[in-house]
Design a protein around this ligand. Structure first.
Ligand code: F0G
Length: 355
């Protein structure tokens, strides 16, 4: 039997687990790298575009890559309770992995600002879900304070095992393409994922599995773009609630990834995000959540601004961090209306232009 058993099993030698470590896994990772030929045509560029569809992880987002490591290590260290602040996906993932490990999970969320799918996951996995009147940054400050004083393990990306697990995304991309891509487009919220990918690209390069490293192209939402603006944003806003963050924990590491790779961190407006979100669903059949589409919105912007040479061949990867089903409200708001008829064949023929 050669069953895929999750990323810790697969990339064991690059991760800090021992032979006897009991792994907590839901078979995360091993997500597809989908070629986006229609998008390439639409953008009229020579380079090939690939979508790293992280929505196909067990809880529907890339967070599972970090959570398998964070919960495995918390379990190994004897923790009974884990805690996180979240815009939604971290809470869904933490709740699922904690349930599997037989641990309690506490999640702190900004009231009314998390997508419905994500909330339903945390609740179903029996986490203690606490909503605050503040935003993600306020919630993260509370979680940091509590986890320093009490025997409760924080599983936000400030937990180094989260980053360690998430770097496996870069390994998979290099394993699939045979080398690193030329450009890596990624949404930026708390900035853990861009940090993790850059670490992964560097490690694989150092081991000789890649001959080059990509330019890291990070995108924040315009209403929540502290790194681009160069200062904290006190009241971050964006309909891409997953990245509604005004003071990213890994701010400095994101800047390092940008500078070392010769890439950039820029911002995209909400309407650019929605356009990319619709384009992916309509042109490629790939349904991601709004925050994820920030990577593709960034690619579109970079092409229009001439930051990507249209005539240059090569590989471009856009990470789609979460599944579209996470946020049905935004999906329905961004789509055509359902056509209602009474129920006769005549009416049906009319609405599909066959009469
Ligand atoms: N995309 C999605 C779908 C996310 O959920 C997040 C972060 C990001 C992108 C940004 O990644 O924070 O590593 O820069 N979500 C966190 C959460 C904050 O609580 O679920 P990042």
């Amino acid at each position: 039997m050669n069953r895929y058993k999750g990323l810790i099993d697969h990339y064991r030698k690059f991760l800090s687990v021992k032979e006897e470590t009991c792994i907590v896994s839901l078979c995360e990772g091993n997500t597809p790298l989908i070629e986006a030929k229609n998008l390439k045509k639409e953008l009229n560029i020579k380079a090939d575009i690939f979508l790293k569809y992280e929505g196909l992880n067990p809880t529907g987002s890339f967070k599972d890559r970090g959570m398998t490591m964070a919960i495995t290590k918390a379990k190994e260290e004897g923790a009974k309770v884990v805690i996180c602040a979240s815009t939604g996906n971290t809470s869904a993932s933490a709740a699922a992995y904690a349930a599997r490990a037989g641990m309690e999970c506490v999640v702190l969320i900004p009231d009314g600002k998390i997508a419905f799918g994500k909330l339903s996951q945390a609740l179903m996995h029996n986490a203690k879900v606490v909503s605050i009147e503040g935003n993600f940054d306020d919630a993260l400050n509370m979680v940091c304070e509590i986890s320093q004083k009490y025997p409760i393990v924080m599983v936000n990306s400030l937990n180094p095992y989260r980053i360690e697990g998430q770097k496996s995304g870069a390994f998979e991309i290099i394993d699939a393409l045979g080398d690193a891509p030329d450009y890596h487009f990624i949404p930026v919220g708390n900035a853990g994922n861009i940090t993790a990918y850059w670490q992964g690209y560097n490690e694989y390069f150092d081991h000789g599995f890649a001959k080059k490293k990509p330019k890291m192209m990070g995108y924040q939402a315009a209403g929540s773009a502290p790194i681009v603006l160069g200062h904290k944003v006190n009241n971050p806003e964006t309909l891409a609630t997953a990245i509604r963050i005004g003071n990213p924990a890994s701010w400095k590491f994101a800047e390092l990834a940008r500078d070392e790779s010769g890439g950039l961190i820029d911002m995209v407006e909400d309407d650019e995000i929605i356009l990319a979100y619709q384009l992916l669903s309509r042109l490629e059949g790939v349904f991601c959540e709004p925050a994820s589409a920030a990577s593709v919105a960034g690619l579109i912007k970079a092409v229009h601004e001439g930051k990507i040479d249209k005539n240059k061949k090569g590989n471009i990867v856009c990470v789609l961090t979460g599944h579209g089903l996470k946020d049905p409200d935004n999906a329905i708001k961004s789509s055509k209306e359902v056509i209602k008829i009474k129920g006769t064949v005549k009416e049906l023929l009319q609405v599909i232009n066959l009469s």
